[in-house]
Design a protein around this ligand. Structure first.
Ligand SMILES: [Zn+2]
Length: 132
């Protein structure tokens, strides 16, 4: 037995149980399937795909936001915030002038580019889009 979500031409949705898809097609063809709300015999299997596709698209930013949030939380929990001193501190660590430890902070695009060019490994921490 398989359960189908059926929809009539009035847009009513209801569940129907059928032995298999062929059985449903045959019963629908012979108008043996009718809507329990309006008795319409114009019943089709509810096409869920467009709805699913739309909701998945809408979920994608939420999932991405959650991933970024967790990434940020992990990065924040495991690093020391050195704020605007980040470029200097990163260089100091690289040169052995400061304790080697994971740090986070702010750098301008130019500063970050310079650090990378000096071979200092840094990673941008993605900003969270504002919640609406
Ligand atoms: Zn109906």
């Amino acid at each position: 037995m398989i359960r189908y979500t059926l929809v009539c031409d009035e847009g009513h949705r209801f569940d129907g149980w059928f032995r298999d898809s062929e059985t449903f097609e045959k019963q629908a063809e012979r108008h043996l399937v009718s809507c329990p709300f309006c008795a319409s015999e114009k019943v089709t299997r509810g096409v869920m795909a467009p709805h699913v596709a739309r909701s998945r698209r809408e979920d994608a930013p939420a999932r991405l936001r959650q991933m970024i949030k967790e990434l940020r939380e992990q990065a924040v929990a495991g690093t020391e915030d050195v704020g605007d001193r980040f470029p200097d501190e990163a260089r100091a660590i690289e040169e052995g002038d400061a304790e080697r430890r994971p740090i986070r902070g702010r750098a301008t695009f130019e500063e970050a580019k310079a650090l990378l060019e000096e071979g200092i490994e840094i990673l941008p921490l993605p900003d969270l889009p504002q919640d609406n």
